[in-house]
Design a protein around this ligand. Structure first.
Ligand SMILES: O=C1O[C@H](COP(=O)(O)O)[C@@H](O)[C@H](O)[C@H]1O
Length: 268
């Protein structure tokens, strides 16, 4: 059973699950509920995906009851980060999501906004930002009154064992990017090297951010991202995820949560 409804000061809500199966069900319920609420309020649901293990953990969305109950035609899909490779390349976050989810549910193809993979990382980032600007103008994506950034209904992030989120890696200069919505890197420490990524101001402007992390190999980074630790860790990318007005929820399995102190939690 999940340890849920636990709020860790300003580090968001923690949902710690006994098994990956339980985590996946809770994640599917959470996404389906946010989708329903956004469609009711705004008529659409803008969601940004990541790559990696996240997509497998979202797999239940393509099964009953979600495949029938979710209003897929109202979804507008983006990527919080993407590797600059062809769309049919095994490293492509688009391909991962297409094979694992998007091809299995009735999404409208024109609502799927992936990068142009035929240009440089720099051009791909700038074109992707332009696309998002058009959709903000058309109100498919809301705008944050605080930051003027797009306000996605939901941004889903994974986290690497080094604490990276999207393609924001520890000690990288793009962590300081304040003016651009989408930026690029050509020196990713994790292959492939060329990537585009949402910047921190965009991530922190979302209405909801979910951090989905599983496995003991990530437990130290989870501890540094959530617990009260030395000030040095304030620069860990995962710790820099702090939605300004939105809600942050951590979906963890027991392994990922195994190094959390636990003594700083308070019931919500
Ligand atoms: O390279 C990436 O890694 C992170 C984490 O991946 P995971 O497999 O360890 O969960 C992912 O969130 C990001 O989108 C991806 O480009």
């Amino acid at each position: 059973m999940a340890l849920s409804g636990v709020v860790c000061k300003d580090r968001g809500e923690l949902r710690i699950h006994e098994s990956l199966d339980e985590l996946s069900t809770d994640l599917a319920d959470y996404i389906a509920e946010l989708s329903e609420a956004s469609v009711k309020e705004r008529g659409v649901f803008s969601i940004a995906l990541s790559g990696g293990s996240l997509i497998g953990l979202m797999g239940k969305l393509s099964e009953a009851p979600y495949n029938r109950t979710v209003d897929w035609a109202k979804w507008y899909i983006f990527w919080a980060d993407e590797r600059v490779v062809a769309k049919n390349h095994t490293d492509s976050n688009y391909k991962l999501a297409k094979d694992g989810l998007l091809s299995k549910v009735p999404i409208i193809p024109s609502h799927v906004h992936s990068i142009n993979d035929a240009v440089s990382a720099e051009e791909a980032a700038s074109e992707y930002e332009f696309v998002i600007r058009q959709l903000v103008k058309a109100r498919m994506v809301s705008v944050s009154e605080v930051s003027d950034c797009p306000k996605f209904d939901l941004i889903l992030l994974g986290m690497g064992p080094d604490g990276h989120v999207a393609s924001l890696f520890p000690n990288h200069a793009v962590l300081n990017e304040k003016s651009e919505w989408v930026t690029f890197i050509t020196d990713s420490p994790k292959p492939p090297p060329e990537r585009i990524t949402f910047t921190l101001p965009v991530i922190n402007s979302a209405s909801n951010v979910a951090m989905v992390v599983a496995g003991e190999a990530k437990s130290e980074a989870v501890h540094l991202a959530i617990d009260n630790v030395e000030p040095d860790c304030s620069k860990l990318p995962a710790r820099m995820v702090q939605p300004t007005t939105g809600k942050l929820v951590w979906f963890l399995d027991k392994g990922a949560a195994s190094k959390l102190d636990g003594d700083q939690f308070s019931k919500s």
